[in-house]
Design a protein around this ligand. Sequence first.
Ligand code: ASP
Length: 326
Amino acid sequence: MKVTEDRMSVSIAAPEVNTWSLAIHGGAGTIDRAKLTPENEKLYRDGMKAALAAGEAVLSKGGSALDAVEAAVWVLEDDPMFNAGRGAVFTAEGQCDLDAAIMDGAMGRAGAVAGIRRTKSPVSLARAVMERSKHVFLMGVGAEAFSVEQGLEQVEPEYFHTDKRWQQYLKWKQGIILSEIDPEHRFGTVGAVALDQAGHLAAATSTGGLTGKLWGRIGDSPVIGAGTMAKDGVCAVSCTGTGEYFIIESAGRQICDRIQWNHEDVQSAADNTLSAIGRIGGDGGLIAMGGDGTVAFSLNTAGMYRACVSSNTAAKTWIFANEAGE
Ligand code: ASP
């Protein structure tokens, strides 16, 4: 696939290699190989494979990248192993405040929500904002009111609670550093990027944010151009990590700009952006997909739950920074 630029336009050729492609992540962090039990490792890998299967079912039949990223994120939001939807971390006040975003690279449209407490699927609410409102970003009670108005499934806040996260929260309240008590501690967030058979890209991200977040804090995940970004023919990105730094470096936008204007390949653009984030103190990881469906993973932590599949490659999952994948 070639992206040719003149002063004002980008022309998009059909993908030469992948007719469709999908990558997902389930958060990055200090994932200690020695302490991750085989049972939990299997649960993470199975969860990622289920998300890939949901997205693949859409893409292989010629469905849209937008539907595929939403379908993959649904699975991860429902899976209590991941910090998004059910299984989200707790705020300083002991609540689950959920953030999500989705972006359609075909139309340059996006939707995002923050501080969600009752909508079962925050990513679907983000999509409703994109498709059924005049706005891009809704928060808190207003976003919840829109969600009810749109008929999205509502749940009691307790639906999102899991005992594992509650115990982490109690430890956090005692001042214990989470990475010391939880060998799987990570910047949980889930995300997906996809290329469909029509050559369109999309990205989606959903998260509970960081344990103990204060004062209505919002991370990078729902910030378009930071934690989530998609632009046809250029790239689609979903990030995880210390969101403040990803916002400051405009992570998603930076990767796209490096590819489009600096002619970097997708892996270099991802790595260079993460280096910039690292230089100012941020850590985490990201998934990026080039306009031809090429997948790039980049992380500066010990691990990141990540996986991909495409029309010409079998599904594969990775957890640790250095592993062959399985
Ligand atoms: N990036 C997310 C945030 O800052 C957290 C994460 O990835 O775990 O809210």
